[in-house]
Design a protein around this ligand. Sequence first.
Ligand code: ATP
Ligand code: MG
Length: 314
Amino acid sequence: MAVLHVSELRKTFTRGFLRRRTEALRGIGFTVERGEIFGFLGPNGAGKTTTIKILMGLLFPSSGTAQVLGAPAGDRAAKARVGYLPENPYFYDYLSVRELLDMVGRLHGLPRRVRHERAERLIERVGLRHAAGRALRSYSKGMLQRAGLAQALMGDPELVVLDEPMSGLDPVGRKEVRDLVFELRDQGTTVFFCTHILADAAALCDRVGILVRGRLRDVGSLGELLEPRLQAVDIVWQAPDEAVEGLRRFAGQHRDAAQGHVLQLPDQEQADRFVRALLDAGGQVLQLQPHRQSLEELFVSEAQREPEAEEASA
Ligand SMILES: Nc1ncnc2c1ncn2[C@@H]1O[C@H](COP(=O)(O)OP(=O)(O)OP(=O)(O)O)[C@@H](O)[C@H]1O
Ligand SMILES: [Mg+2]
């Protein structure tokens, strides 16, 4: 069963006297299956938080549908089975994390003993044992983020929705969150999170969606999407003088460099063909270098594609 199902989702914000419009979501659709870790990737302003708020029933879409655990987004019974870490967690900051977790546990209707046990386990799990009795007011950003994660897990959710879970965390904290997410998946929990940090998505996700300016550019498995795409192959070669002329007629971009003749070819197949001809002619491959598109480059190129007006007046 699909844990999340979003179809044709649109959200337009209208602001101020001039009714300026921002199309935050321009018709996105995707499905997340049970037990998946799904990463929502996109630059600032892409619409990630807007999507998450709609899923959590905190915002109404302008059109389209969003379903969470088989119920329309915002359904209270379904929401009780979801753990949510907001982008800027705001807590009653005079509470300690222990008190916060107890309060969240109460909202979930957990008996006292279960609340206590679970709170202590989570406090330990997110590394806040040393500060468990202190008011959240005195917490650093990373500590607050950890408290936010703990409260998201307090209801033993089937689905965890995390808005930038790594934000504000140091490298140790990021690793801890990664381990935590894997642990959740091992328990069968579905995790949906958004981030603009590619490395975090690459390390965590079964599938990712790339969101740019309110449109989903691509959804796929890490293998399909994040596997570096081969852009070109550079071959540095040498051959007996009498063979060079013929080999230079091979289709591709030829140039000469200090190390030898260089040929750039667009794909592996053509590279193989050239290498065979080269060897047959008594030549040698000195170097063979594939150029792959990194995740970083993919992201940037997706972000730059098709620049369009961000806003229009109504
Ligand atoms: N309440 C609002 N009123 C008007 N515009 C809004 C509102 N909330 C979001 N927007 C606009 O919607 C677009 C998407 O914002 P959103 O917060 O979803 O982006 P994001 O992908 O979460 O970005 P970030 O990585 O910075 O968190 C932005 O252009 C933003 O200015
Ligand atoms: Mg956001």
